[in-house]
Design a protein. Structure first.
Ligand SMILES: Cc1cc2nc3c(=O)[nH]c(=O)nc-3n(C[C@H](O)[C@H](O)[C@H](O)COP(=O)(O)O)c2cc1C
Ligand code: SF4
Length: 401
């Protein structure tokens, strides 16, 4: 069901909430402390940038290594093509993100806050820049905006750190991970902007409050709802809201659905007959072998072609490889081309089996999760659209754009 925590307050159409209105509505943000980490731990807050990693665990790891010189990198790169919840959040509630970032900085002992925002997300960057100018001087002095390149991998945490250090937004071979050695060799807390906004509320109102809504006390989540829905857009819902309920909140389906893509380009296709009952909550989905990813729910209409759509998306993902790891660069290119060949009916009878075999060979063989995300997505497509893949291979239907 629709909820209003991050989006409580003025109408979203009114634009960015000012610092004065934000403070009047919510009161001052509490100072960072070890108690805050305990609160985040008992609240069960997990990251919203795709990996769903427990926030408290990461903060503790950075605080341990900080020696008072850590860095907080608020990740608002949002390179995922089907997600726009982070830029909407920053455009309307920039001070929630800033509160969370500064609370993180004082808790882990950071002397620098970097607001890493997609270079093409101008409304969000303008709102964050104006909001920063409204903050007290000590906060302004330690924070700055960094414009991230418009690439899918630029938001990966080691790529973000690499970009700040050397101007190149490609993932680095890990370890050390950013929490060990990141910006300028300092322990760096990379946290998605929605995660930080959730911190701003959980830190103010406590773990009991945080757990007072959402299935299993998991609070609220931001969704980017697209495709065959009457009113596509960004929506805040209680965790555990089903796909069907979220679609109903968005005015219902605009045409009969064929499948739902959950989690974005690294996500999973689910047949529409099963998708409607899926609970939008990380642990529940994990138990089903699924992920909420960055909160993407995209409805493929029945008249659209899942094979062509998958081929197009695989071409995009292959093109977004940072070209540093052979299995990712060559493997994804081969998979994407094979997919396109099948969609266009240019492949031999064994090509589908080959596609399945290749995809398992690519998994786990890159320095970052890019190839794993891409092949997970492809494997779900082969399951859901198996008959369509066979039909395309045999007959071809159209050229893939
Ligand atoms: C290819 C790739 C792209 C990513 N892009 C983003 C992004 O745009 N924004 C983001 O917050 N996390 C992104 N991530 C996840 C980050 O690496 C990191 O886990 C996240 O920023 C941590 O924040 P969280 O724990 O609050 O989710 C990406 C990961 C991968 C593998
Ligand atoms: S796995 Fe792919 S995207 Fe990740 S670092 Fe290697 S080449 Fe780049």
């Amino acid at each position: 069901m629709r909820a209003a925590r991050l989006f409580s307050g003025p109408e979203l159409g009114a634009g960015a909430e000012s610092f004065r209105d934000h403070r009047r509505r919510l009161g001052p943000a509490p100072a960072g402390s070890r108690n805050l980490i305990a609160t985040l731990e008992t609240s069960g807050l997990r990251g919203r940038g795709g990996g769903a990693f427990p926030v408290a665990t990461k903060w503790r790891a950075v605080a341990k290594r900080s020696r008072g010189t850590a860095v907080v990198l608020a990740n608002g790169a949002e390179g995922e093509p089907l997600s726009w919840k982070d830029r909407v959040l920053m455009a309307v509630r920039p001070h929630l993100v800033l509160d969370g970032a500064f609370m993180a900085a004082s808790t882990v002992g950071a002397t620098q806050v970097l607001l890493y925002l997609g270079e093409e997300h101008r409304a969000a960057a303008a709102a964050m820049s104006r909001a920063l100018a409204e903050r007290p001087e000590p906060e302004r002095n330690i924070a700055r905006l960094v414009a991230s390149p418009n690439r899918y991998v630029a938001g990966e945490e080691s790529a973000a750190v690499h970009f700040v250090n050397a101007g190149v937004a490609t993932p680095t071979t890990v370890p050390p991970r950013p929490y060990e050695r990141g910006v300028d060799g300092r322990a760096t807390l990379v946290q998605n902007v929605e995660s930080l906004a959730q911190v701003a509320l959980a830190g103010r109102f406590g773990d009991e409050w945080y757990r007072s809504t959402g299935i299993d006390g998991q609070g609220t989540v931001l969704l980017s709802l697209s495709g065959a829905v009457a009113a596509p857009g960004v929506m805040e819902v209680e965790a555990g809201t089903t796909v069907g309920e979220a679609v109903a909140e968005a005015g219902g389906s605009s045409e009969p659905p064929r499948a739902v893509l959950l989690g974005g380009y690294f996500g999973t296709w689910i047949d529409a007959s099963q998708a409607w009952a899926m609970p939008l909550e990380t642990s529940r989905l994990k138990a089903l072998g699924l992920s909420l990813g960055t909160g993407v729910v995209s409805i493929l209409p029945d008249r659209a072609c899942g094979v062509c759509e998958t081929a197009r998306m695989m071409q995009y993902l292959a093109g977004e490889s940072a070209a540093q790891c052979g299995p990712c660069f060559f493997g994804l290119r081969a998979l994407a081309d094979a997919c396109t060949g099948i969609a266009e009916g240019r492949s031999g009878p064994a090509e589908l089996q080959r596609l399945q075999r290749w995809s398992s060979q690519v998994r786990g063989r890159g320095a970052c999760r890019h190839p794993d995300g891409a092949v997970g997505f492809l494997q779900s497509a082969l399951q859901v659209f198996w008959h369509e893949f066979q039909h395309h291979r045999a007959h071809g239907i159209q050229r893939v754009a």
